[in-house]
Write a protein that binds this ligand. Structure first.
Ligand code: AMP
Length: 210
């Protein structure tokens, strides 16, 4: 199964991707996590990406296309994958198509900007493995500690309210047009955000016929 998860920043793509990855036994590829780890390790890609990320802007398409083509060529992707946070522009979607990379479903998690603004303040991510949590909706077993790897949970710099606002603007302008792009190809499956993480997962699995 080859999937794309679309949705605004804070829609819950990362959380749902982790759940689906467990259920469907395929890897999740998050360009946000790959980039955050590149920034942390000070790699050339990380150095290029940092300023864009801190400002809530998109990293240039050519950087992303390089990262994603390399990652999808790894052996664990042969049986399928879940893309979280990519493609994020029409140019990225076209580049994937030109590279012969195909998808079975594009799931768009639908949620209002107001709900996102309320939610983002509580988001925490593991600085080691990138797993996501929420202080109220998805709390870790021990406060501040990742359940999966024991890493430290931190608030992302780009989750500050002003940055969230610009990320939402970027989403509506650059990423939302992908819904029409994939609808034209018969791949779009819209799923309304539900009141709990579990209910949203069930709604996603239902549109996937699982
Ligand atoms: P995310 O964790 O998906 O919210 O990504 C965090 C930040 O990484 C974004 O705000 C962008 O600056 C950058 N980023 C992640 N994925 C992409 C992408 N596909 N295209 C451009 N920038 C990206």
């Amino acid at each position: 199964m080859k999937l794309i998860l679309l949705g605004a920043p804070g829609a819950g793509k990362g959380t749902q991707a982790e759940i689906l990855c467990g259920q469907l036994k395929i890897p999740t590829i998050s360009t946000g996590n790959i980039l955050r780890s590149a920034v942390k390790n000070g790699t050339p890609t990380g150095l290029k990406a940092k300023a864009f990320m801190d400002a809530g802007q998109l990293v240039p398409d050519e950087v992303i296309i390089g990262i994603i083509s390399e990652r999808l060529a790894e052996p664990d992707c042969a049986g399928g994958y879940i893309l979280d946070g990519v493609p994020r522009t029409i140019a990225q979607a076209e580049a994937l198509e030109e590279a012969g990379i195909t998808f079975d479903h594009v799931v768009s998690i639908e949620i209002s900007d107001g709900t996102i603004m309320e939610r983002m303040g509580g988001r925490r991510v593991c600085e080691s493995c990138g797993a996501s949590y929420h202080v109220v909706a998805v709390p870790p077993k021990t406060e501040g500690v990742c359940d999966k790897c024991g890493g430290k949970l931190i608030q992302r710099k780009d989750d500050a309210p002003e940055t969230v606002q610009s990320r939402l603007e970027v989403y509506h302008k650059e990423t939302e047009p992908l819904k029409a792009f994939y609808a034209q190809r018969g791949l779009l499956r819209a799923v309304e955000n539900q009141t709990t993480v579990e209910a949203t997962s069930r709604a996603i699995l239902a549109v996937l016929g699982r």
